[in-house]
Design a protein. Structure first.
Length: 416
């Protein structure tokens, strides 16, 4: 079913006289489990009742597909993925404009939210969501393998990463110097940090395809070459994070760039053979500096067709406030507020080097990890092809030119 048809407009009316029951649709996530446990506190404090519908990601998409398209008012608050469906929802006016709400309460402090995540929850200059869960790309590495190779610190630049990975693989061909996602679509997110750190992006400031820029061509060649030359033997080109993580946690790779949110897979002795040797470092700097993605994987928005927007906002204001964000972060859910990362309590449950790497990422991070378009899945297939081609030894520059033509056509079609 497609969400492309416009519908569900409305100006988010319903004002002050809405129902005292707030209907909230949430995804299956640790964040959701935590918020449900804290609900009695909110209900007591606000005098409101919260009715939660909790669904898996596919069911959630299906429900939004049907209800938002129909302009249904029986969802007040919705948990959504800003980088996957955010542009589609905002373009179709499914998400209420929150410009007035985010300014209304100085204590709630909208300025406390990091720039990257708020960029991803803004559409045409207006906030349409509030980020609740963030992810940054960091460097996972094996302390013992670095020591064995005579390296006294994690690589600070991409050139140092390339040299260190080559040295470790040459010393023991059974251990990859570097591993990362290789699948055409799945690799796009992790490749994005390489692209930004080379000074590129998927789309330029004028809205045109930028995947054939010099910076993009260098990034494709670098990422693909790193895996081809220092990656696992006979590497497949369809690895997502579970396959790449398995290689790392089985002790078969020295370096791995991945989302910080997956770190417990590497540090939990029940899941990782090398749990006691894993270190974390900021994403290594390229020619344009260290520019990893710093994104909101999930956000809360108000259904523009809700007749209960004032109370919907009261729920969001509470769920995204400083106290709840700190409580979530202490349970291992990385928050979007700057204050929780500056608070020792907020980083107490994270490995110190990981907390430091995340703090660095939030300062220089970019707020998207894929093209910001309506048809995200289709765009990833196009811009991901040069990654696969570079891994398999084809000419990355030529592949980028081909992808650029296809991606520009895609952008032109989407703009119609």
């Amino acid at each position: 079913m497609s969400l492309s048809a416009c519908g569900g407009g409305g100006d988010g009316g319903g004002g002050e006289g809405g129902s005292t029951t707030v209907r909230v649709t949430l995804a299956n996530h640790v964040w959701t489990d935590n918020i449900k446990k804290a609900l009695p506190e909110f209900e007591k404090q606000s005098g409101l009742k919260v009715e939660v519908t909790q669904l898996g990601e596919d069911q959630l998409s299906d429900q939004y597909n049907v209800k938002l398209n129909a302009g249904s008012s029986d969802i007040d608050v919705m948990m959504y993925r800003p980088l996957q469906e955010g542009k589609l929802f905002a373009k179709n006016k499914y998400l209420a404009d929150l410009s007035d709400q985010v300014k209304a309460n100085a204590n709630w402090d909208f300025a406390d939210f990091q720039a990257g995540p708020t960029e991803a929850t803004t559409y045409e200059g207006k906030p349409v969501g509030v980020p609740i869960i963030t992810e940054q790309e960091v460097l996972y590495y094996r302390k013992d393998l670095l020591e064995k190779a005579g390296l006294d610190a994690a690589p600070k630049t991409l050139d140092e990463l390339k040299a260190a990975a080559a040295k470790i693989k040459a010393a023991d061909p059974g251990v990859a110097g570097f591993v990362a996602r290789t699948g055409k679509s799945t690799a796009v997110t992790q490749f994005s940090s390489f692209l930004y750190s080379f000074g590129g992006d998927f789309v330029d400031g004028g809205g045109k395809s930028a995947v054939a820029s010099d910076a993009a061509k260098q990034a494709y060649a670098f990422y693909g070459g790193l895996i081809k030359d220092s990656g696992p033997a006979n590497v497949s080109t369809d690895m997502g994070w579970p396959e790449a993580m398995a290689i790392f946690t089985q002790g078969k790779a020295a370096f791995y760039t991945e989302a910080n949110s997956l770190y417990k897979n590497a540090t939990d002795p029940a899941k990782s053979k090398v749990s006691d040797q894993v270190g974390f470092a900021p994403f290594p700097a390229g020619p344009a500096g260290s520019k990893p993605y710093n994104i909101p994987s999930w956000a809360l928005g108000v259904n523009a067709s809700s007749e209960n927007t004032a109370n919907a906002w009261k729920f969001i204001e509470w769920a995204t406030g400083k106290d709840q964000t700190l409580a979530q972060q202490k349970s291992g859910v990385p928050g979007a507020r700057t204050s929780v990362w500056a608070n020792p309590e907020g980083t107490s449950t994270f490995p110190k080097d990981l907390a430091d790497a995340i703090a660095a990422s939030t300062k220089t991070g970019v707020g998207h990890d894929r093209p910001l378009v309506v048809k995200v899945a289709e765009s990833r297939e196009i811009v991901g092809q040069p990654i696969v081609d570079a891994i398999t030894g084809m000419d990355a520059a030529s592949s980028a030119d081909t992808a650029n033509t296809a991606f520009q056509k895609f952008l032109d079609d989407e703009a119609r």
